[in-house]
Design a protein around this ligand. Structure first.
Ligand SMILES: C[C@@](CO)(OP(=O)(O)O)[C@H](O)COP(=O)(O)OP(=O)(O)OC[C@H]1O[C@@H](n2ccc(N)nc2=O)[C@H](O)[C@@H]1O
Ligand SMILES: Nc1ncnc2c1ncn2[C@@H]1O[C@H](COP(=O)(O)OP(=O)(O)O)[C@@H](O)[C@H]1O
Length: 312
């Protein structure tokens, strides 16, 4: 309803604002990833420290005058009803019996099937955007339940920032948003292959399992603001991916040769990352790798709610 003070233009513009909503959806890296073993349900028990990074997709939501969810994506192969964005919107509509139509535009910049959690982040961003935009009567626990039913990584992205994720990945303990200053800048290299998460988990052997001590030690170091040495970062999935995919092993070698002091796999890969204390040092390695034809991203960690992170 228009208030007496509102002009026709004010009314039109507030309606326009209410009809469209833009959000960013950030990627993550896994600083550590311990696989503890295989569970009876077929999933693996994890302890992993995840951190959101300043590399994002954008989502635009608008009203559709039909009882359905439509989605277009700048990557046509992802423009379908299996997209996690559509599944997240449908899950909310079904849970609350909503008949509101929704049009979604997804602009992908996060590499797909890369170990950077892009689809999971998009799904969580959709849940949060609809909850806020449509003022839905859903608690954080309701959102967490929907998120974990759609994928193991999705609950993390409901809060983002820095967190220890356990269980299948869906048990989240947010950690204080402090990050070691020597790891202020991140260089990511995405080899020109995609890797299936399920395949990587299937190829694990018992020797890749750990008892979670890598993630616990890193958690303690982050919480007590003590030095975190690159040798303290471990990913149980790395050995198998480097062995199985020569392109990733080659990229690993090339990152070290370009000046990275260490290289780790993010999640199930194939993206590799290293950290740097200064922007010039990170830029040198980025340029070196780009000159060799690699897809490279220079980015940094960001805190929950996408605010600035504090360093120690
Ligand atoms: C490996 C990680 C690390 O953060 O990330 P990505 O590399 O995908 O980014 C995650 O655990 C991925 O989470 P997400 O991509 O949501 O996995 P899901 O859709 O739940 O599961 C995909 C498949 O991975 C395997 N899977 C996943 C999680 C888990 N704890 N144990 C598993 O064995 C299962 O084979 C499952 O069918
Ligand atoms: N919104 C989405 N963005 C990316 N991939 C998606 C999306 N929805 C569904 N997928 C599917 O999920 C698979 C894993 O993609 P992604 O989330 O990018 O992987 P990862 O978690 O390894 O980074 C893709 O192969 C794709 O088919």
């Amino acid at each position: 309803m228009r208030t007496p003070e509102m002009t026709r233009d004010d009314h039109a513009s507030s309606e326009a604002i209410n009809k469209v909503r833009f959000v960013r959806s950030y990627a993550k890296i896994n600083l550590t990833l311990d696989v503890l073993g295989k569970r009876p349900d077929g999933y693996h028990e994890l302890a992993t420290i995840m951190q959101t990074i300043d590399l994002y997709d954008t989502l635009c939501f608008s009203i559709l005058d039909e009882d359905r969810v439509s989605m277009v994506c700048n990557r046509p192969e992802l423009s379908n009803e299996h997209n996690l964005v559509v599944r997240a919107a449908q899950a909310i509509r079904q849970k609350l019996g909503l008949i509101r139509g929704l049009a979604i535009e997804l602009n992908k910049r996060i590499p797909v099937a890369a170990g950077l959690g892009g689809g999971s982040s998009n799904a969580a961003a959709t849940l949060l955007a609809l909850q806020h935009w449509w003022q839905l009567p859903l608690s954080m626990h309701d959102l967490w339940e929907i998120a974990s039913s759609l994928g193991s990584d999705i609950p993390f992205f409901l809060t983002g920032g820095l967190a220890l994720c356990e269980g299948r990945g869906e048990q989240i303990t947010p950690l204080a948003a402090h990050w070691p200053a020597p790891m202020r800048w991140l260089v990511l290299l995405k080899p020109a292959i995609s890797v299936s998460t399920a395949t990587v988990f299937r190829q694990l052997t018992a020797s890749d399992y750990s008892n979670g001590s890598w993630s616990r030690a890193a958690e303690t170091a982050l919480q007590t603001r003590s030095a975190l040495h690159p040798d303290d970062l471990y990913n149980s999935l790395e050995r198998g991916v480097l062995e199985q995919y020569p392109e990733v092993a080659q990229a690993h070698t090339d990152m070290l040769q370009a000046g990275a002091s260490f290289v780790r796999l993010s999640g199930s890969g194939p993206t590799l990352f290293s950290t740097f204390a200064t922007l010039p040092a990170a830029t040198r390695v980025q340029q070196h790798l780009q000159a060799r034809g690699y897809e490279v991203y220079l980015t940094r960690p960001i805190a929950a709610n996408n605010s600035e992170i504090s360093f120690f």
